[in-house]
Design a protein around this ligand. Structure first.
Ligand SMILES: [Zn+2]
Length: 214
């Protein structure tokens, strides 16, 4: 794939992203596309190969953990990767206007938003202000996981990531159509803070992805 001219396939985009993560994990980051030449090249227009929708956590800096640079990732982040209408509109912009072939939902262990939803369920006390809105949007994932007997923090996190992937496709006709047409895939990745690795936990629109991923 030549990054400059062709729109990568969803599979190419996924491989590009994961190879960057592997470099980051092993301490071999190359910091691609972060120089003045790339800045000049991308100033007239952008053609990101992936839309990244992740948690706002300060340790999840997208271009660092996937070893990418300018013009590579169209990034939307909210606490606990909860999705309201502005988020959906931003993701649709990335897919329908910028033609990104991949949407990534990025969650992580020790997520404060997930922990807050768990503790709100346990003690019955909701946080105030608009933090409450975040917690309310994470709560269905926690309830679903628990109802299925998936009680560990890792299982609850995986449920929340997968729930978010499905929520995007349920709520956004634009995303669902792009996936149905094979133009875009939506995947869920679970990031481990300690070692920096991102694991695939959900994939929609790219059935061959899971066994072939390395
Ligand atoms: Zn988080």
């Amino acid at each position: 794939m030549t990054e400059k001219t062709l729109t990568p396939t969803p599979r190419d985009a996924f491989d590009l992203l994961m190879s960057g993560n592997q470099r980051f994990v092993s301490g071999a980051s190359e910091h691609p596309n972060q120089d003045a030449a790339r800045r000049t090249e991308t100033a007239p227009s952008q053609k990101p190969f992936a839309v990244l929708f992740g948690c706002s956590d300060s340790r999840l800096a997208a271009e660092i953990i996937f070893d990418r640079g300018l013009g590579d990732l169209f990034v939307v982040r909210t606490a606990g990767h909860v999705a309201g209408t502005e988020v959906l509109g931003s993701l649709e912009f990335g897919v329908a206007v910028l033609n990104a072939p991949l949407v990534v939902v990025l969650g992580h262990d020790s997520c404060g938003a997930v922990a807050a939803a768990c503790s709100a369920l346990e003690n019955g006390k909701m946080p105030g202000g608009f933090v409450r809105d975040v917690v309310e949007r994470v709560t269905p994932s926690v309830l679903t996981a628990r109802a299925a007997g998936r009680e560990s923090a890792e299982e609850i996190l995986a449920e929340h990531i997968e729930h978010t992937v499905d929520l995007l496709l349920e709520r956004s006709r634009v995303l669902a159509d792009a996936v149905a047409a094979g133009r875009t895939a939506v995947v869920g990745l679970s990031y481990r803070l300690a070692d920096g690795s991102a694991q695939l936990v959900a994939a929609r629109g790219l059935d061959a992805l899971v066994p072939a991923a390395s």
